[in-house]
Design a binder for this molecule. Sequence first.
Ligand code: TXA
Ligand code: MG
Length: 351
Amino acid sequence: MVATQVFQVDPRHPDPRLIERAAAALREGGLVAFPTETVYGLGANATSASAVSRIFVAKGRPASDPIIVHLYDLAQLEQVAADVPGLAFELARCFWPGPLTLVLKRSALIPPNVSAGMETVAVRMPDHPVALALFRVANLPVAAPSANRFARPSATAAAHVLEDLGGKVEVILDGGATTIGLESTVLDLTKPAPEVLRPGGVTLEKLREVIPNVALVSRYLQADEAGIEAPGMLLKHYSPRAELLLFTGEPEQVIPRMQAAVKEHLAAGRRVGILLPDAEADLFKGLDVLVFSLGAVENVAQIGANLFTGLRDLDRRKADVILARAVARSGLGVAIYDRLLRAAEGRVIAC
Ligand code: TXA
Ligand code: MG
Protein backbone atom coordinates (compact mmCIF):
# COMPACT_ATOMS: atom_id res chain seq x y z
CA MET A 1 0.00 0.00 0.00
CA VAL A 2 1.15 3.55 -0.67
CA ALA A 3 -0.28 6.75 0.75
CA THR A 4 -2.41 8.24 -2.03
CA GLN A 5 -2.40 12.02 -2.13
CA VAL A 6 -5.31 13.75 -3.87
CA PHE A 7 -4.53 17.25 -5.17
CA GLN A 8 -7.47 19.44 -6.19
CA VAL A 9 -6.44 21.48 -9.22
CA ASP A 10 -8.15 24.05 -11.37
CA PRO A 11 -8.72 22.18 -14.68
CA ARG A 12 -7.63 25.19 -16.76
CA HIS A 13 -4.98 26.75 -14.54
CA PRO A 14 -3.54 24.07 -12.26
CA ASP A 15 -1.33 25.26 -9.41
CA PRO A 16 2.28 24.86 -10.65
CA ARG A 17 3.44 23.75 -7.18
CA LEU A 18 1.02 20.82 -7.18
CA ILE A 19 1.96 19.94 -10.77
CA GLU A 20 5.63 19.96 -9.72
CA ARG A 21 4.92 17.55 -6.85
CA ALA A 22 3.03 15.19 -9.16
CA ALA A 23 5.78 15.46 -11.81
CA ALA A 24 8.41 14.62 -9.17
CA ALA A 25 6.45 11.47 -8.27
CA LEU A 26 6.49 10.47 -11.98
CA ARG A 27 10.22 11.14 -12.30
CA GLU A 28 10.83 8.99 -9.22
CA GLY A 29 9.04 6.02 -10.79
CA GLY A 30 5.69 6.61 -9.07
CA LEU A 31 2.13 6.42 -10.40
CA VAL A 32 0.12 9.60 -10.97
CA ALA A 33 -3.53 9.65 -12.05
CA PHE A 34 -4.56 12.69 -14.06
CA PRO A 35 -7.60 13.99 -15.97
CA THR A 36 -7.69 14.05 -19.75
CA GLU A 37 -10.52 15.19 -22.04
CA THR A 38 -11.59 11.52 -22.43
CA VAL A 39 -11.19 9.68 -19.10
CA TYR A 40 -8.70 9.75 -16.21
CA GLY A 41 -5.33 8.18 -16.98
CA LEU A 42 -3.00 6.21 -14.69
CA GLY A 43 0.46 7.51 -15.59
CA ALA A 44 4.01 6.26 -15.21
CA ASN A 45 7.34 7.20 -16.81
CA ALA A 46 7.03 5.53 -20.25
CA THR A 47 10.80 5.14 -20.57
CA SER A 48 11.07 3.05 -17.38
CA ALA A 49 10.10 -0.63 -17.57
CA SER A 50 9.92 -0.87 -13.77
CA ALA A 51 7.65 2.18 -13.42
CA VAL A 52 5.40 0.80 -16.18
CA SER A 53 5.23 -2.62 -14.54
CA ARG A 54 3.65 -0.96 -11.50
CA ILE A 55 0.70 0.11 -13.71
CA PHE A 56 -0.13 -3.53 -14.48
CA VAL A 57 0.02 -4.45 -10.80
CA ALA A 58 -2.08 -1.48 -9.64
CA LYS A 59 -4.80 -2.14 -12.22
CA GLY A 60 -4.72 -5.92 -12.04
CA ARG A 61 -4.21 -5.72 -15.80
CA PRO A 62 -2.77 -8.63 -17.80
CA ALA A 63 0.68 -7.96 -19.25
CA SER A 64 -0.75 -8.85 -22.68
CA ASP A 65 -2.72 -5.56 -22.84
CA PRO A 66 -0.58 -2.73 -24.30
CA ILE A 67 -0.59 0.84 -22.95
CA ILE A 68 -0.84 4.22 -24.70
CA VAL A 69 2.13 6.63 -24.47
CA HIS A 70 1.06 10.23 -23.90
CA LEU A 71 2.95 13.26 -25.26
CA TYR A 72 2.83 17.02 -24.67
CA ASP A 73 4.92 18.10 -27.66
CA LEU A 74 4.92 16.90 -31.27
CA ALA A 75 8.73 16.78 -31.14
CA GLN A 76 8.41 13.75 -28.84
CA LEU A 77 6.66 11.73 -31.56
CA GLU A 78 9.87 10.69 -33.32
CA GLN A 79 11.49 9.89 -29.98
CA VAL A 80 8.88 7.32 -28.95
CA ALA A 81 8.07 6.01 -32.46
CA ALA A 82 10.26 4.98 -35.39
CA ASP A 83 9.72 5.47 -39.15
CA VAL A 84 6.77 7.78 -38.50
CA PRO A 85 4.73 8.09 -41.74
CA GLY A 86 3.63 11.45 -43.12
CA LEU A 87 0.01 10.49 -42.47
CA ALA A 88 0.72 10.42 -38.72
CA PHE A 89 1.90 14.03 -38.83
CA GLU A 90 -1.12 15.02 -40.90
CA LEU A 91 -3.48 13.35 -38.40
CA ALA A 92 -1.61 14.93 -35.48
CA ARG A 93 -2.05 18.35 -37.11
CA CYS A 94 -5.80 17.75 -37.48
CA PHE A 95 -6.62 16.02 -34.19
CA TRP A 96 -3.93 16.71 -31.54
CA PRO A 97 -4.19 17.60 -28.83
CA GLY A 98 -7.31 15.41 -28.80
CA PRO A 99 -8.90 11.98 -28.50
CA LEU A 100 -7.01 10.17 -31.28
CA THR A 101 -4.41 7.48 -30.56
CA LEU A 102 -2.05 6.38 -33.33
CA VAL A 103 -0.41 2.95 -33.41
CA LEU A 104 3.07 3.25 -34.91
CA LYS A 105 6.38 1.41 -34.89
CA ARG A 106 7.94 1.47 -31.41
CA SER A 107 11.32 3.15 -30.88
CA ALA A 108 14.07 1.77 -28.62
CA LEU A 109 13.32 4.52 -26.06
CA ILE A 110 10.08 2.76 -25.10
CA PRO A 111 10.53 -0.52 -23.22
CA PRO A 112 8.68 -3.57 -24.59
CA ASN A 113 6.37 -4.01 -21.57
CA VAL A 114 4.59 -0.73 -22.49
CA SER A 115 3.42 -2.48 -25.68
CA ALA A 116 2.92 -6.00 -24.27
CA GLY A 117 6.06 -7.09 -26.11
CA MET A 118 4.85 -5.91 -29.53
CA GLU A 119 7.00 -3.92 -31.97
CA THR A 120 4.38 -1.15 -32.08
CA VAL A 121 3.52 1.73 -29.77
CA ALA A 122 0.24 3.60 -29.33
CA VAL A 123 0.65 7.38 -28.95
CA ARG A 124 -1.60 10.32 -28.23
CA MET A 125 -1.51 13.95 -27.06
CA PRO A 126 -4.46 14.60 -24.74
CA ASP A 127 -6.38 17.88 -24.82
CA HIS A 128 -6.30 18.78 -21.13
CA PRO A 129 -4.24 21.55 -19.47
CA VAL A 130 -3.59 19.43 -16.35
CA ALA A 131 -2.28 16.42 -18.29
CA LEU A 132 -0.16 18.60 -20.59
CA ALA A 133 1.30 20.59 -17.68
CA LEU A 134 2.15 17.37 -15.82
CA PHE A 135 3.95 15.86 -18.82
CA ARG A 136 5.77 19.08 -19.62
CA VAL A 137 7.07 19.59 -16.10
CA ALA A 138 8.03 15.91 -15.74
CA ASN A 139 9.63 16.26 -19.18
CA LEU A 140 8.72 12.65 -20.00
CA PRO A 141 6.55 10.60 -22.30
CA VAL A 142 3.91 9.11 -19.98
CA ALA A 143 2.46 5.61 -20.31
CA ALA A 144 -1.15 5.68 -19.15
CA PRO A 145 -4.11 3.34 -19.42
CA SER A 146 -7.51 4.42 -18.15
CA ALA A 147 -7.37 4.82 -14.35
CA ASN A 148 -9.73 2.03 -13.37
CA ARG A 149 -9.26 -1.51 -12.06
CA PHE A 150 -8.96 -3.86 -15.05
CA ALA A 151 -12.30 -4.59 -16.78
CA ARG A 152 -14.18 -1.98 -14.71
CA PRO A 153 -15.85 1.07 -16.27
CA SER A 154 -13.27 3.79 -16.98
CA ALA A 155 -12.92 6.60 -14.44
CA THR A 156 -14.48 9.91 -15.47
CA ALA A 157 -13.97 11.60 -12.07
CA ALA A 158 -11.23 11.54 -9.43
CA ALA A 159 -13.63 9.81 -7.00
CA HIS A 160 -13.77 6.84 -9.41
CA VAL A 161 -9.97 6.66 -9.44
CA LEU A 162 -9.85 6.73 -5.65
CA GLU A 163 -12.52 4.03 -5.47
CA ASP A 164 -10.53 1.68 -7.75
CA LEU A 165 -6.89 2.63 -7.08
CA GLY A 166 -6.72 4.28 -3.66
CA GLY A 167 -3.62 2.97 -1.82
CA LYS A 168 -2.04 1.91 -5.12
CA VAL A 169 -1.01 5.26 -6.64
CA GLU A 170 1.09 8.07 -5.22
CA VAL A 171 -0.93 11.03 -6.54
CA ILE A 172 -4.36 11.70 -8.00
CA LEU A 173 -4.71 15.09 -9.69
CA ASP A 174 -8.39 15.97 -9.30
CA GLY A 175 -9.35 18.32 -12.13
CA GLY A 176 -13.08 17.58 -12.02
CA ALA A 177 -15.21 15.46 -14.33
CA THR A 178 -13.85 14.65 -17.79
CA THR A 179 -15.74 16.21 -20.70
CA ILE A 180 -15.93 13.47 -23.35
CA GLY A 181 -16.21 10.57 -20.91
CA LEU A 182 -15.32 7.94 -23.55
CA GLU A 183 -11.78 6.88 -24.42
CA SER A 184 -9.81 7.94 -27.48
CA THR A 185 -10.20 6.44 -30.95
CA VAL A 186 -7.34 3.98 -31.58
CA LEU A 187 -6.09 4.05 -35.18
CA ASP A 188 -3.48 1.54 -36.36
CA LEU A 189 -1.12 3.03 -38.96
CA THR A 190 1.17 -0.02 -39.10
CA LYS A 191 -1.18 -2.06 -41.31
CA PRO A 192 -1.16 -1.80 -45.13
CA ALA A 193 -4.33 0.33 -44.76
CA PRO A 194 -5.23 2.36 -41.61
CA GLU A 195 -7.63 0.52 -39.30
CA VAL A 196 -9.66 1.78 -36.34
CA LEU A 197 -9.12 -0.72 -33.52
CA ARG A 198 -11.38 1.08 -31.03
CA PRO A 199 -14.04 3.69 -31.85
CA GLY A 200 -13.77 6.69 -29.52
CA GLY A 201 -13.74 10.44 -29.09
CA VAL A 202 -12.82 11.24 -32.70
CA THR A 203 -15.74 9.99 -34.80
CA LEU A 204 -15.33 7.85 -37.93
CA GLU A 205 -17.01 10.65 -39.87
CA LYS A 206 -14.26 13.09 -38.80
CA LEU A 207 -11.48 10.60 -39.53
CA ARG A 208 -12.92 9.96 -42.99
CA GLU A 209 -12.42 13.63 -43.82
CA VAL A 210 -8.68 12.85 -43.71
CA ILE A 211 -8.64 9.10 -44.56
CA PRO A 212 -11.71 8.49 -46.75
CA ASN A 213 -11.59 4.68 -46.65
CA VAL A 214 -10.63 4.05 -43.03
CA ALA A 215 -11.97 0.73 -41.75
CA LEU A 216 -13.37 -0.12 -38.30
CA VAL A 217 -12.19 -3.56 -37.24
CA SER A 218 -13.82 -3.91 -33.84
CA ARG A 219 -14.35 -7.62 -33.46
CA TYR A 220 -16.96 -6.94 -30.79
CA LEU A 221 -19.08 -4.91 -33.16
CA GLN A 222 -18.59 -7.45 -35.94
CA ALA A 223 -19.62 -10.33 -33.72
CA ASP A 224 -22.83 -8.49 -33.00
CA GLU A 225 -23.53 -7.59 -36.59
CA ALA A 226 -23.02 -11.15 -37.71
CA GLY A 227 -25.63 -12.10 -35.13
CA ILE A 228 -23.22 -14.45 -33.41
CA GLU A 229 -24.31 -15.06 -29.87
CA ALA A 230 -21.04 -15.96 -28.24
CA PRO A 231 -20.69 -13.93 -25.05
CA GLY A 232 -17.67 -16.01 -24.07
CA MET A 233 -15.84 -14.69 -27.11
CA LEU A 234 -16.22 -11.09 -26.00
CA LEU A 235 -13.49 -9.67 -23.83
CA LYS A 236 -14.94 -8.65 -20.49
CA HIS A 237 -14.51 -4.91 -20.28
CA TYR A 238 -16.09 -1.74 -18.90
CA SER A 239 -18.17 -4.04 -16.74
CA PRO A 240 -20.32 -2.98 -13.85
CA ARG A 241 -20.64 -5.57 -11.09
CA ALA A 242 -24.29 -5.96 -12.07
CA GLU A 243 -25.19 -7.99 -15.14
CA LEU A 244 -25.87 -5.61 -18.02
CA LEU A 245 -28.50 -6.42 -20.65
CA LEU A 246 -28.36 -4.36 -23.85
CA PHE A 247 -31.62 -3.88 -25.77
CA THR A 248 -31.35 -2.89 -29.43
CA GLY A 249 -34.01 -1.67 -31.85
CA GLU A 250 -36.50 1.16 -32.14
CA PRO A 251 -37.82 2.71 -28.90
CA GLU A 252 -41.41 1.67 -29.77
CA GLN A 253 -40.38 -1.98 -29.55
CA VAL A 254 -37.59 -1.66 -27.01
CA ILE A 255 -39.40 0.19 -24.23
CA PRO A 256 -42.30 -2.30 -23.81
CA ARG A 257 -39.80 -5.17 -23.96
CA MET A 258 -37.68 -3.53 -21.28
CA GLN A 259 -40.73 -2.87 -19.11
CA ALA A 260 -41.67 -6.54 -19.35
CA ALA A 261 -38.10 -7.54 -18.49
CA VAL A 262 -38.15 -5.23 -15.45
CA LYS A 263 -41.24 -7.01 -14.13
CA GLU A 264 -39.65 -10.44 -14.66
CA HIS A 265 -36.46 -9.50 -12.83
CA LEU A 266 -38.39 -7.84 -9.98
CA ALA A 267 -40.53 -10.95 -9.65
CA ALA A 268 -37.31 -12.96 -9.35
CA GLY A 269 -36.32 -10.76 -6.41
CA ARG A 270 -33.56 -8.82 -8.16
CA ARG A 271 -32.70 -5.13 -7.84
CA VAL A 272 -33.12 -3.64 -11.30
CA GLY A 273 -31.23 -0.63 -12.69
CA ILE A 274 -32.25 1.33 -15.78
CA LEU A 275 -29.75 3.27 -17.93
CA LEU A 276 -31.56 5.36 -20.54
CA PRO A 277 -31.87 8.83 -22.07
CA ASP A 278 -33.99 11.18 -19.89
CA ALA A 279 -37.40 10.96 -21.56
CA GLU A 280 -37.26 7.16 -21.83
CA ALA A 281 -35.98 6.72 -18.29
CA ASP A 282 -39.04 8.71 -17.12
CA LEU A 283 -41.26 5.92 -18.47
CA PHE A 284 -39.87 3.58 -15.77
CA LYS A 285 -40.32 5.86 -12.80
CA GLY A 286 -43.59 4.21 -11.68
CA LEU A 287 -41.75 0.90 -11.28
CA ASP A 288 -39.63 -0.15 -8.33
CA VAL A 289 -36.34 0.37 -10.18
CA LEU A 290 -33.10 2.33 -9.82
CA VAL A 291 -32.99 4.90 -12.62
CA PHE A 292 -29.95 6.65 -14.11
CA SER A 293 -30.86 9.23 -16.76
CA LEU A 294 -28.11 9.72 -19.32
CA GLY A 295 -29.22 13.05 -20.78
CA ALA A 296 -31.34 14.29 -23.67
CA VAL A 297 -31.80 11.60 -26.32
CA GLU A 298 -30.60 13.92 -29.09
CA ASN A 299 -27.49 14.95 -27.13
CA VAL A 300 -25.12 12.06 -27.86
CA ALA A 301 -22.14 13.92 -26.36
CA GLN A 302 -23.97 14.22 -23.03
CA ILE A 303 -24.97 10.54 -23.11
CA GLY A 304 -21.34 9.59 -23.79
CA ALA A 305 -20.09 11.82 -20.97
CA ASN A 306 -22.50 10.21 -18.48
CA LEU A 307 -22.21 6.56 -19.53
CA PHE A 308 -19.45 5.29 -17.22
CA THR A 309 -20.73 7.43 -14.34
CA GLY A 310 -24.12 5.77 -14.82
CA LEU A 311 -22.67 2.26 -14.72
CA ARG A 312 -20.75 3.05 -11.55
CA ASP A 313 -23.74 4.80 -9.97
CA LEU A 314 -26.04 1.80 -10.49
CA ASP A 315 -23.35 -0.47 -9.03
CA ARG A 316 -23.10 1.75 -5.96
CA ARG A 317 -26.87 1.52 -5.56
CA LYS A 318 -26.49 -2.27 -5.64
CA ALA A 319 -28.35 -3.13 -8.82
CA ASP A 320 -28.21 -6.87 -9.63
CA VAL A 321 -29.11 -6.30 -13.25
CA ILE A 322 -28.90 -3.19 -15.44
CA LEU A 323 -31.12 -2.77 -18.49
CA ALA A 324 -29.76 -0.36 -21.12
CA ARG A 325 -30.78 0.67 -24.63
CA ALA A 326 -28.32 1.21 -27.44
CA VAL A 327 -28.19 4.68 -29.00
CA ALA A 328 -28.10 5.34 -32.75
CA ARG A 329 -24.81 4.13 -34.19
CA SER A 330 -23.44 7.25 -35.83
CA GLY A 331 -21.00 9.87 -34.61
CA LEU A 332 -20.10 9.28 -30.95
CA GLY A 333 -22.92 6.71 -30.87
CA VAL A 334 -20.51 4.17 -32.39
CA ALA A 335 -18.20 4.42 -29.37
CA ILE A 336 -21.12 4.42 -26.93
CA TYR A 337 -22.50 1.25 -28.53
CA ASP A 338 -19.07 -0.41 -28.41
CA ARG A 339 -18.73 0.27 -24.66
CA LEU A 340 -22.28 -0.90 -23.91
CA LEU A 341 -21.81 -4.05 -25.96
CA ARG A 342 -18.63 -4.94 -24.12
CA ALA A 343 -20.13 -4.07 -20.71
CA ALA A 344 -22.97 -6.44 -21.64
CA GLU A 345 -20.43 -9.15 -22.50
CA GLY A 346 -22.59 -10.06 -25.47
CA ARG A 347 -25.96 -10.13 -23.68
CA VAL A 348 -27.83 -8.32 -26.47
CA ILE A 349 -31.60 -8.49 -26.80
CA ALA A 350 -32.66 -7.47 -30.30
CA CYS A 351 -36.24 -6.15 -30.33
O1 TXA B 1 -8.64 8.06 -23.98
C1 TXA B 1 -7.81 7.18 -23.78
O2 TXA B 1 -7.29 6.55 -24.70
C2 TXA B 1 -7.40 6.89 -22.31
C3 TXA B 1 -6.70 8.14 -21.77
C4 TXA B 1 -6.15 7.92 -20.39
O3 TXA B 1 -5.70 8.55 -22.67
N1 TXA B 1 -6.57 5.75 -22.25
C5 TXA B 1 -7.05 4.49 -22.43
O4 TXA B 1 -6.10 3.49 -22.24
O5 TXA B 1 -8.19 4.24 -22.72
P1 TXA B 1 -6.49 1.96 -22.12
O6 TXA B 1 -5.24 1.29 -21.72
O7 TXA B 1 -7.65 1.80 -21.21
O8 TXA B 1 -6.87 1.54 -23.57
C6 TXA B 1 -5.84 1.53 -24.55
C7 TXA B 1 -6.30 0.80 -25.76
C8 TXA B 1 -6.46 -0.68 -25.51
O9 TXA B 1 -7.58 -1.13 -26.22
C9 TXA B 1 -5.16 -1.25 -26.08
O10 TXA B 1 -5.32 -2.56 -26.51
C10 TXA B 1 -4.88 -0.29 -27.23
O11 TXA B 1 -5.28 0.96 -26.76
N2 TXA B 1 -3.44 -0.27 -27.54
C11 TXA B 1 -2.45 0.24 -26.79
N3 TXA B 1 -1.25 0.04 -27.37
C12 TXA B 1 -1.49 -0.62 -28.52
C13 TXA B 1 -0.66 -1.11 -29.56
N4 TXA B 1 0.66 -0.99 -29.52
N5 TXA B 1 -1.26 -1.75 -30.58
C14 TXA B 1 -2.60 -1.87 -30.63
N6 TXA B 1 -3.44 -1.43 -29.68
C15 TXA B 1 -2.89 -0.81 -28.63
MG1 MG C 1 -9.17 1.04 -20.28
